[in-house]
Write a protein that binds this ligand. Structure first.
Ligand code: NAI
Length: 288
């Protein structure tokens, strides 16, 4: 095994020559050219060390007989806890409070938030992470509504499923937890942003491309939305001119929602297990 500091991309894929498998992450470029170069290098297996796999050209991988594995649900709580951290940050303006106090400014201007208690949380995508977020919101005493293409039976005691439009119109806190697919790309654009309450917060710890970033920045700057907490962007790191970097009450973290010690340990263990099971001909966590 060899650890290279450089990320996986078309230009670096040939470094895998002599190895059967490569490890890739959410920010790796595992598009057509990279997969072709991996094939030329003799690679047979792509081990994603993350849950999402929207950055992998699965068609080309299948064409060359390259298998792909991922790590689903290695710590839904880590991501959900970060989503609530972002929600609390933009609601109670922790980012502003922190800088004010560093400058010995104890004035309260711009720091007023509101209770989440008895407000409505809208969860889009109630798989493992969305379900964990729903439980956290319930713990805050919130009413929890959700939208998903499938309903999660384990949540039926306290979650009400509604249409996406109803969810956006009713929620004070909207949290995205669905995968990035052709269907969900650009899901939250101008039309859906216009349905949200101007006092609502949008939290995205799923994938940046679920949201039209320009439309979101405009909504924030025009006061049509109270705040956004984003752990993911369409491009990470973003272009310096990305309007979200300077949008009103927009807090961005660098794709770290997963980064809790328990999550990392489980992630590493499952990647190793995925490799062992591949070698034993007992595949698990197959992406196809
Ligand atoms: P999951 O597969 O358990 O749940 C996804 C849910 O989204 C499912 O219930 C599915 O039915 C639903 N869904 C699919 N299409 C939908 C649509 N069009 N509208 C509404 N719901 C839809 O996945 P999990 O583990 O909960 O992860 C969710 C996403 O979180 C991942 O796809 C990944 O992009 C992101 N993620 C982000 C991390 C971070 O560090 N920021 C870490 C891990 C995952």
């Amino acid at each position: 095994m060899e650890y290279l500091k450089t990320g996986l991309a078309a230009r670096t894929a040939s470094l895998a020559k002599g190895y059967d498998a490569v490890c890739a992450f959410v920010n790796s470029d595992v598009g057509t050219k990279t997969v072709e170069a991996l094939h030329e290098a003799g690679v047979k297996l792509i081990l994603m060390r993350c849950a999402g796999f929207n950055n992998v050209d699965l068609k080309t991988a299948a064409k060359y007989g390259i298998d792909v594995r991922r790590v689903p649900g290695y710590s839904p709580e880590a991501v959900a806890e970060h989503a609530m951290t972002l929600a609390m940050t933009v609601n109670r303006h922790m980012h502003k409070a922190y800088t004010k106090v560093r400058e010995n400014d104890f004035s309260l201007g711009g720091l007023m938030g509101f209770n989440f208690y008895q407000k409505t949380a809208g969860i889009v995508g109630t798989g493992k992470i969305g379900a964990a977020m729903a439980r956290i919101c319930r713990g805050f005493g919130m009413k929890v509504i959700a939208y998903d293409v499938y309903q999660n039976e384990s949540l039926k005691d306290f979650v009400t499923y509604v249409t996406l439009d109803e969810l956006l119109a009713q929620s004070d806190l909207i949290s995205l937890h669905c995968p990035l697919t052709e269907e969900t790309r650009g899901l939250v654009g101008r039309k859906l942003l216009a349905l949200m309450k101007p006092t609502a917060f949008l939290i995205n710890t799923a994938r940046g491309a679920l949201v039209d970033e320009l439309a979101l920045a405009e909504a924030l700057d025009q006061g049509r939305l109270a705040g956004a907490g984003l752990d993911v962007l369409t491009q990470e790191p973003p272009e310096p001119g990305n309007p979200l970097l300077s949008a009103q009450n927009c807090v961005i973290t660098p794709h770290v929602a997963w980064a809790a010690k328990e999550a990392r340990e489980r992630l590493i263990r499952i990647v190793a297990e995925n490799l062992r099971r591949y070698q034993e001909g007992r595949p698990q966590n197959v992406v196809s």
